[in-house]
Ligand binder design. Structure first.
Ligand code: SRM
Ligand code: SF4
Length: 578
């Protein structure tokens, strides 16, 4: 069937009453809604009706501080409504001057005075009050930054391996990540009109015209996530993403020949709802470098046309692939990009952590990776990074593990930068166990949080460190992650030990992921208290220390020992209670 026929007769679309978000998008006049009017409303700190969701496409979420909400509501006051802003930062690269600008904004204009590095290589400001929103966007634009499409049903911030060592390969991979990000952006002028008084966006090349040739006027059925990675390092966690381009180097090993295309990953599920489940992505095949944008457009437009617009819980690319079948999806991508996939070139994913400390790259420059617990920069540590930004001549790279790389430091500048980092507590002895742990933001800002994540992780890791020591394996680690709810932002569904919030102080406990991040873990405990989880974790670490084979990872051990069954690709494996 030809492409044109398929668009007229979309046999693979899901029939039924469209989700309300579809009306919201198509009625929005290219994402404008009545946001501009709402901004003038001084009676409420929040956004009304559709605007509450529409501001997401502009990179903001309406929030309030849940710690103080009950008290304000009891006093019949409006919760402290504000927005969280998420910047667009392809590949996580930001210049020191830009960093100083965002540091200044966070200090002066956000409730928490923090910069939160996210696990998708960007940063968030939490607690920006309505009157500061427009100045914030103008400030970002003045810095050459924006927040377009970092949320909403669009292609989000594009990730790229944080690999400062293989500088030439990284440069190419990064350039593709930046190009992909820009190519797949919404074309609406709404952002410039509402936030910049029509001023040109400094962060993008094009002048936009309210046409959406790629995304369509109803945008995508659901959020869409993309990465460009340099294997074997899987720091970006490809299996959390809809579309991944895995770099294949040419014979010299220093330049790109093409990409393996890996599609359909995603981690969220809904408690007690077997039609939802985390899924690893599938290998589709190899494409040469010059086909990358065509391939990306083919996948995005296909998901636009065939994705489920009836049920948002089954709307991501992974569900579309499963519904229509991988071969049908693949054939249509090939038809749309005008090119056939070649067989996948061999590649391996081995690990995910950042190498904390100094490392020297191919070009002789030095790079310092700072471990930032939970990605939260606040107080002294935030000041320290600003001090470094004042003298640093290279760039900063935000990693998908919520850490920060001071990249491109000349030998003669190393000592000065290290001194600042030490003086401000940015360098300290931390275990691999802590460095490789992750949690999502959760309380108090996330409206969807069911349990603590970021605020519980340090304590949970203290306990695990003690257990590892007690069982004589203090230098070993298990990738431990917490998500405050099953949306899975903390990527607990790719952890060796993952906790997923169920209620305050209660979690489901999952074990059996692996270090490479290619396997989903399986539920061991349901709705457990932290005391129950700690007891079980101690027992498992004890067994691993005694019964584990040399070099056997925790996640492999718990499967081999029959403590949980391996989760393969399917929904049944994840939910099966045997
Ligand atoms: Fe997420 C929603 C935070 C990465 C899956 N995520 C949210 C919101 C915006 C809550 C909301 O909708 O109101 C959270 C804001 C909390 C706050 O106060 O800051 C939130 N997500 C985060 C961040 C900040 C977690 C972090 O600690 O780093 C990450 C921001 C990434 C970024 O810069 O863009 C973040 N979110 C993820 C990931 C991990 C990833 O992408 O690598 C996932 C799982 C992967 C996936 O998409 O399958 C993820 N977030 C979700 C979902 C479930 C989506 C779904 O498929 O059903 C939601 C809820 C939704 O979209 O309905 C969500
Ligand atoms: Fe919020 Fe849940 Fe995402 Fe954590 S996993 S940030 S609690 S939506």
């Amino acid at each position: 069937m030809k492409k044109a026929e398929k668009e007229e007769n979309p046999e693979f679309q899901v029939k039924g009453k469209l989700a309300d978000n579809e009306r919201l998008k198509s009625d929005s006049n290219f994402l404008r809604g009545t946001i501009a009017d709402d901004l003038q409303d001084k009676l409420s700190g929040g956004f009304r009706g559709d605007n509450f969701q529409l501001i997401r496409f502009h990179g903001m979420y309406a929030q309030d501080d849940r710690d103080i909400r009950p008290d304000l509501v009891a006093r019949k006051l409006e919760p402290r409504k504000n927005v969280m802003l998420r910047c667009r930062l392809p590949g996580g690269i930001i210049k020191p001057a830009q960093w100083l600008g965002i540091d200044e904004f966070a200090t002066e204009n956000s409730d928490y005075q923090s910069i939160r590095i996210t696990n998708r290589q960007t940063f968030q400001f939490h607690g920006v009050l309505k009157e500061n929103i427009k100045p914030m966007h103008k400030w970002l634009n003045h810095l050459g930054l924006d927040s377009i499409a970092t949320a909403g049903d669009v292609n989000r911030n594009v990730l790229c391996s944080s690999n400062p060592v293989e500088s030439q390969l990284h440069r190419e991979a990064y350039e593709w990540a930046a190009k992909l990000s820009e190519h797949l952006l919404p074309r609406t002028r709404a952002y410039a009109e509402i936030w910049l008084d029509g001023e040109k966006q400094h962060s993008t090349e094009d002048d936009y015209q309210d046409e959406e040739p790629i995304l369509g006027s109803s945008y995508l059925p659901r959020k869409f996530k993309t990465t460009v990675i340099i294997p074997p390092h899987n720091d970006v966690d490809i299996h959390a993403n809809d579309m991944n381009f895995v770099a294949v180097a040419n014979k010299t090993g220093k330049a790109l020949a093409g990409f393996n295309v890996v599609l359909g990953g995603g981690l969220s599920f809904v408690h007690g709802t077997p039609s939802t489940y985390p899924t690893t992505a599938n290998d589709f095949g190899y494409i040469p470098v010059e086909k990358l944008l065509d391939c990306a457009v083919a996948v995005v437009t296909l998901q636009r046309d065939w994705g489920n617009r009836v049920d948002r819980k089954n709307a991501k690319t992974r569900y579309t692939i499963e519904r229509v079948g991988l071969e049908v999806f693949k054939a249509e991508v090939e038809s749309r990009m005008g090119h056939k996939f070649e067989p996948t070139r061999p590649y391996e994913l081995t690990e995910r952590g950042d190498r904390i400390g100094w490392i020297q790259g191919e070009e002789g420059l030095h790079h310092l990776t700072l471990f930032i617990e939970n990605g939260r920069l606040i107080g002294k540590k935030k000041k320290g990074v600003a001090e470094i930004a004042r003298v640093h001549k290279g760039d900063f790279r935000l990693t998908a593990n919520q850490n920060l790389i001071i990249a491109g430091v000349a030998k003669e500048d190393k000592r000065g930068i290290e001194k600042i980092a030490r003086d401000y507590g940015l360098i300290s002895d931390t275990t691999q166990q802590r460095q490789r742990a992750m949690a999502c933001v959760s309380m108090p800002t996330c409206p969807l949080a069911m349990a603590e994540a970021e605020r519980y992780l340090p304590e949970f890791i203290d306990h695990i460190e003690t257990m590892l020591e007690k069982h004589g394996i203090g230098d070993n680690y298990l990738i431990t992650r917490i998500a405050g709810c099953p949306n899975g932002c903390g990527r607990a569904m790719l952890a060796e030990l993952g906790l997923v919030g169920k209620a305050l102080g209660r979690y489901n406990m999952y074990i059996g992921g692996n270090r490479a991040g290619t396997r989903v873990p399986k539920q061991l405990l349901e709705n457990a208290t932290t005391a129950e989880i700690l007891e079980k974790t101690d027992e498992l670490i004890g067994r691993w220390s005694k019964e584990g084979n040399p070099y056997e990872e925790f996640g492999d051990f718990v499967i081999r020992a029959g403590i949980v069954k391996e989760v393969k690709q399917s929904a049944t494996d994840f939910w099966d209670s045997e």
